[in-house]
Design a protein around this ligand. Structure first.
Ligand code: TTP
Ligand code: MG
Length: 398
């Protein structure tokens, strides 16, 4: 069976976030990096918007040079914490589609979605869903490459940037790869490229005219590496941490809500879902997370770490309720809430319960509920307090 690999890379990541948060920057050359000090600044460009790239500005360029090329640009000092927060949220979206996510940098990852097709459709559909989810949640764009391996997926994500989507079908690898310039060959530095050009090799297709043993003779070990890449062969797996880091669900209200009782119900429903998933995965966590987004997109995340790890719905709900009541600013309208559990540490598994006698009662309720769900489906049973509210919309894992 063919593997299905995605490479996701955010477009002009830092600059896109700045443009999102400052509408007056949109459509303008925005350069994120060191202070240019009217052309006398030291330091470099971190990145710039696509509008600034038209002037020749690019990442890692001295900021003084950027100033010469684009003196009328908008220069912004990086806000690392904000970019990291957006990155975390983007990665949370990627994990909705598969656990097999290999982060490459703050804005880039490989995903192995071979096993996700039953749930989310073919490669193109998954890529479209990911792009839509990212845009819907973060209001910035990503480019995605879809292919049978990492090498092809990485090239593909770059070809139609920004907001790109390129799918390399397994039977079209040659058509895709052969016309590309040899600068697209992974691991071929300037020196190697010059050498290949002297051999008459301009494109990846040109390289395939050479048998493997000749390339090995001329280029050593790299010869067989280039031979494989040029033929579209790359067997490296997506390397990811198979241990689950958190289990969470979130809910976006159809209409923004400022009635705490409605939010309580939703918190209970989310706690039920998270608890159920934890118990199915045989996981117990110590840290309970609450995410709260107001209708102006102001978002806060709060968490509490408890003495004993848990998978119990009531336990999760009580802590979320406490986090909500201490952090919610009255009368502000809520757009989204989320519940999560992390901190899966086996060593804490057998401590005494916090909830004493009640705990076993609540465990029994969980067990009963899980059995019914497993038999009759997810919508078959929920606690009376969490009964569906009429404006319920989609619930998503985060
Ligand atoms: P990239 O993905 O390389 O660049 P980008 O997202 O800005 O633009 P593109 O659309 O071409 O993908 O890097 C991601 C972020 O990492 C980038 O926004 C800023 C930061 N970065 C630096 O700080 N210094 C650098 O030299 C590079 C290359 C990136
Ligand atoms: Mg990027």
């Amino acid at each position: 069976m063919n593997r299905l690999i995605l490479h996701v890379d955010m477009d002009a990541f830092f600059a896109a976030i700045e443009q999102r948060d400052h509408p007056e920057y949109q459509g303008k050359p925005v350069i994120v990096g060191a202070d240019p000090k009217n052309g006398k600044g030291r330091g470099v460009v971190s990145t710039c918007s696509y509008e600034a790239r038209k002037f020749g500005v690019h990442s890692a360029m001295p900021i003084s040079r950027a100033w010469k090329l684009c003196p009328h640009g908008i220069y912004v000092f990086p806000n690392g914490r904000l970019y990291q927060q957006v990155s975390n949220e983007v990665f949370d979206i990627l994990y909705e589609f598969t656990d097999a996510v290999e982060p490459l940098s703050i804005d880039e990852a490989f995903l192995d979605v071979t096993g996700s097709q039953k749930l989310f459709g073919d490669g193109r559909s998954i890529a479209i869903k990911i792009k839509e989810r990212i845009f819907e949640k973060e209001k910035i764009t990503a480019s995605v490459g879809v292919a049978p391996n990492k090498y092809l997926a990485k090239i593909a994500s770059d070809l139609q940037k920004p907001d790109g989507l390129v799918v390399v079908e397994p039977d079209r690898i040659k058509d895709f790869l052969f016309p590309l310039d040899i600068s697209r060959l992974w691991g071929a530095g300037v020196h190697t490229q010059e050498m290949l050009k002297k051999m008459g090799i301009q494109t990846i297709g040109d390289l395939t005219a050479y048998p493997q043993n000749i390339l090995e003779r001329k280029l050593g070990k790299m010869g067989s590496h280039f031979f494989n890449l040029a033929h579209g062969i790359d067997d490296r797996p997506v390397e990811y941490d198979a241990t689950v880091k958190s289990v969470s669900n979130e809910h976006t209200f159809m209409e923004d809500i400022d009635t705490p009782e409605v939010i309580y119900k939703c918190l209970l429903k989310l706690s039920e879902k998270v608890g159920y998933r934890l118990r199915q995965k045989k996981l117990k966590g110590r840290t309970i997370h609450l995410k709260l987004r107001y209708n102006d997109f102001d978002t806060l995340t709060r968490n509490k770490t408890i003495m004993q790890n848990t998978d119990n719905t009531q336990n999760i709900y009580q802590i979320c309720l406490e986090l909500f009541n201490t952090n919610y600013q009255k009368n502000r309208k809520v757009r989204l809430i989320g519940v999560g559990v992390s901190g899966f540490d086996e060593r804490c598994g057998h401590q005494l319960t916090l909830f004493n006698n009640n705990y076993s009662k609540y465990e029994k309720i969980d067990k009963l509920q899980d059995d019914l769900i497993n038999k009759f489906g997810k919508k078959s049973v929920y606690r009376a307090e969490s009964m569906e509210n009429p404006d319920a919309t989609s619930d998503d894992e985060f």
